[in-house]
Ligand binder design. Structure first.
Ligand code: F6R
Length: 265
């Protein structure tokens, strides 16, 4: 097992030598949560992100499914967000990405997976989003919410300005977020301007939250999220108010460089 250390920050933060170590740590946490719940006859409800950050986590969970019999048949998933407008079979959609990266490789029942529907009519968005929240409620609430963090400080697509009590809704993406997504859309002009996202309030209701952040480009915003003032300038800072939130970082995200002393200490 790799060496890791815990930082005395406002949100408990564990720093791993590399992103693969953090991904394996979280995969094992999820593994034991699912096994515990399944042996007690309970479902496990996971809140899930897309993006570059969780790829190693999904790879590790697939490995545990194949090699260690991790059973997803009683797992229910809710994704954080989806671009809007967006068809689920569009290769740019988060639904497509989740299928390709994770769902197609495990035994989660398709009806148990939920990704916001980017094909709804804008005028139906409010009702649809309320329905998404109700589905989370009917599933028993989210046991473990996995998050990434955007360079704007967003969690889900809750960009700066998002309120602490915001719920699932249609939002406008920050220009920085659209720029960061430009590569996968072959140009910023092709990136949708809007998205459906769980709200900050929705995320904070999860019983446990784990945020993953890797790479030195995330270091400045991670630092503001875990040590800076709590408020809508950095929506991830609201996690300081969650009773069971943890950040898992690689060394680069903790230090701002690929080694050396952490500016977080
Ligand atoms: C994606 C999501 C976003 C990403 C964030 C980081 O479902 O909710 O908040 O987690 O933009 O993206 P990556 O991991 O690509 O740096």
């Amino acid at each position: 097992m790799s060496s890791h250390y815990v930082l005395p920050t406002k949100v408990p933060t564990i720093v791993f030598p590399g992103s693969g170590d953090a991904a394996r740590h979280l995969a094992l946490m999820i593994d034991s949560l699912i096994r515990q719940n399944s042996s007690a006859g309970r479902a496990t409800v996971l809140g899930l992100p897309t993006g570059s950050t969780p790829v190693g986590l999904y790879r590790e969970l697939i490995r545990l499914h194949r090699e260690a019999g991790l059973d997803f048949s009683r797992v229910v998933t809710f994704n954080l967000d989806e671009y809007y407008p967006m068809r689920p079979d569009d290769p740019h959609s988060y639904r497509f990405w989740m299928q390709e990266t994770f769902f197609n490789h495990i035994n989660v029942p398709p009806r148990n997976t939920h990704v916001p529907d980017g094909t709804i009519r804008a005028e139906d968005a409010e009702e649809y989003c309320q329905g998404y929240e109700e589905k989370i409620g009917r599933a028993g609430g989210i046991d473990l919410q996995v998050l990434g963090i955007g360079r704007t400080g967003h969690i889900g697509f809750n960009e700066p300005g998002s309120a602490r009590h915001s719920r699932t809704r249609l939002v406008t993406l920050d220009p920085v977020t659209r720029r960061d997504a430009a590569g996968s859309f072959f140009g910023e002009e092709n990136v949708p301007h809007q998205a459906l996202t769980m709200g900050v309030g929705t995320i904070l209701e999860a019983r446990k939250v784990v945020l993953l952040a890797f790479g030195e480009h995330k270091a400045p915003i991670v630092r503001r999220a875990i040590e800076g003032p709590i408020g809508d300038a950095v929506p991830a800072s609201y996690l300081q108010q969650h009773p069971d939130a943890t950040f898992l970082l690689d060394r680069a995200a903790a230090t701002g460089r690929a080694g050396g002393v952490s500016p977080l200490i």
